[in-house]
Design a protein around this ligand. Structure first.
Ligand code: TRP
Length: 333
């Protein structure tokens, strides 16, 4: 049994990209390990510092999403309630060079997406550029060993491990532990528009809260093969969004292989494959809707607050050991 930590920024409802990239793994892991899930509001604020109410609303949205999916055998907590985190972050900041933070490929890509023509050094808040350091605090504050995440989070785990090694060697201790990512088979889902990534900001994803009508309309709008005009035409399954989704969500791989062969040969229509995909997605989404309809906000709060208390206690113990290693263990009582 290991300690597992994972987290999401509360910037919108969870979508199928999250589901296939990490949530599905978590459903399984929660029964095998001690699992924490962090709602990373402090991290979300590095980007949405001017919209705190938006972040707050999404905390409850995400917490409800977790419970609706069936993540009920783990501890869910809110990052900003853990007082040890900013303190750990502060100490870790001394162990990372400015050059190293700006070299983080995920941070670089995110800045590029946002900064338009301005150079990112001018437009990005320090808090944003340094969020991988605070993520190292997230990971170490519960002594996490396994981190189920999407592929874009690998640089964060690498950076956290660098900090752990540096801390332990600098302060001659073994108090911090290195962690390991767990990637799912489909670690990145493409958007319904064919864009490389399904993301809320690109407005190209299917949310877990979408109604059956919205799901249907989104699947029907998916790009297939522009040369597949008549049903009898041979079709291309590569770069075909519907097949990409079938690959990610259809468990009957034999039938999928047969569908692909049929589509390539000609004779399998776009509407047929889309209807098939809608059925498969609804098999996942319908039980989630059903569970959600039974959840009360007061229950969500009680569950999350209990998780906050538990994570806070663990983080405090880790912080104590960290400070001890740094000779900062003052007894002022
Ligand atoms: N950076 C992660 C994301 O954007 C969220 C996150 C914050 C996280 N802290 C974490 C993930 C700790 C794993 C572990 O998805």
């Amino acid at each position: 049994m290991s300690i597992v930590l994972t987290g999401d920024r509360p910037t919108g409802p969870l979508h199928l990209g999250h589901y296939i990239g990490s949530l599905k793994n978590r459903l399984d892991l929660q029964h095998k390990h001690q699992m924490y899930i962090m709602i990373a509001d402090t991290q979300a604020l590095t980007d949405y510092f001017d919209r705190p109410q938006f972040v707050r609303d999404n905390i409850w949205q995400i917490a409800q999403d977790y419970l609706a999916i069936g993540l009920d055998a783990c501890d869910i907590f809110i990052q900003s309630t853990i007082k040890a985190l900013p303190e750990l972050t502060m100490y870790y900041m001394n162990l990372v060079t400015l050059a190293r933070v700006t070299r983080n490929p995920t941070v670089k890509a995110e800045l590029k997406q946002k900064a338009s023509k301005e150079s990112f050094e001018q437009s990005a808040p320090c808090g944003f550029v340094c969020y991988p350091i605070s993520q190292a605090a997230d990971i170490t504050c519960v002594q996490a060993e396994l981190i189920p995440v999407g592929i874009d989070q690998l640089p964060m785990i690498e950076q956290a491990n660098e900090i752990v090694r540096k801390f332990n060697s600098m302060y001659k201790t073994d108090v911090l532990k290195e962690s390991q990512a767990i990637l799912s088979e489909t670690s990145r889902l493409i958007g319904i528009d064919g864009n490389a990534k399904a993301s809320k900001s690109l407005n190209n994803c299917i949310f877990l809260i979408d109604s059956p009508d919205v799901v249907k309309q989104k699947v029907m709008s998916m790009y297939t093969d522009p040369n597949h005009i008549r049903v009898s035409d041979p079709g291309n399954v590569k770069n075909n969004v519907v097949f990409h989704y079938l690959e990610a969500f259809y468990e009957d791989k034999e039938d999928l292989a047969a569908m692909k062969a049929h589509y390539k040969k000609g004779g399998l229509g776009d509407v047929t494959i889309k209807q098939k995909l809608i059925g498969i997605l609804e098999n996942i989404l319908e039980p989630i809707r059903e569970r959600r309809s039974k959840i009360k906000q007061t229950d969500v709060e009680a569950i999350v607050y209990a998780g906050c208390k538990k994570a806070s206690k663990t983080a405090h113990e880790v912080l104590y050991k960290v400070k001890e290693a740094m000779h900062l263990n003052f007894d002022i009582n």
